[in-house]
Design a protein around this ligand. Structure first.
Ligand code: GRF
Length: 204
């Protein structure tokens, strides 16, 4: 059984998709053991509490530098025997001290088809605003492993979503979440937990 920590910052709809999928037995080799939020008022914390999952708030601004925050986060995850870290709407950028502590064991969901509309400054609604601005007919979501390049790690899963006439960023975001994000992330967690179960480490 692999222990999963989910990092959140906002509404937590991706976390909810993971909680519901775990309950439905969609990833039998994993269990969500801890939810860490970068913000004390993230609704994602309520979702975790309602599901009986331990929660913690770790705000980077409370640390004199990001590396101390990264080291604290890595210590917390090690203390909880975490095997897989899932970034689900997590808005802080993790530094190398954390990333190196969990090589090939950190997943991120990004609301576009990487390499489009990704990297620094592309998060949340901004991603969909850029897609509409560019006039793409297809967008989607990507689950990738996290390395030290923002949104630059190996891609695990992608799913395309149509852009429709009259779409606003909000309408497009909702469609991408419903049709892509909330399906891809639980599936990626299933795959990763299976691989970790089989060979103890992830080679992508
Ligand atoms: C979503 O746009 C998601 O794609 C991005 O963060 C936003 C909020 O996600 N990763 P959530 O509702 O907090 O899971």
């Amino acid at each position: 059984m692999k222990n999963i920590a989910v990092f959140v910052s906002g509404g937590g709809t991706n976390l909810q998709a993971l909680i519901d999928s775990e309950k439905a037995g969609k990833f039998p080799n994993g269990r969500i053991k801890l939810v860490i939020s970068s913000s004390a008022d993230a609704y994602a914390l309520k979702r975790a509490e309602q599901a009986g999952i331990e929660t913690m708030v770790v705000r980077r601004q409370d640390y004199t530098n990001g590396d101390l925050a990264d080291r604290f986060l890595a210590d917390v995850c090690r203390d909880h025997d975490i095997d897989l870290v899932v970034l689900a709407g997590y808005l802080s950028i993790l530094g190398s001290s954390f990333i190196r502590a969990f090589p090939n064991r950190i997943l991120n969901i990004h609301p576009s088809l990487i390499p489009s509309f990704c990297g620094r400054g592309f998060y949340g609604l901004k991603v969909h605003e850029a897609a509409l601005e560019r006039g793409v007919k297809v967008t989607g979501a990507t689950v990738h492993l996290v390395n030290e390049i923002p949104d630059g790690g190996p891609i695990l899963l992608q799913k395309a979503v149509e852009v429709l006439d009259g779409d606003t960023p909000e309408i497009l975001q909702k469609r991408v979440m419903e049709q892509a994000e909330w399906k891809l992330l639980p599936e990626a967690v299933r795959i990763m937990c299976e691989r970790l179960e089989e060979n103890g480490h992830e080679t992508c």
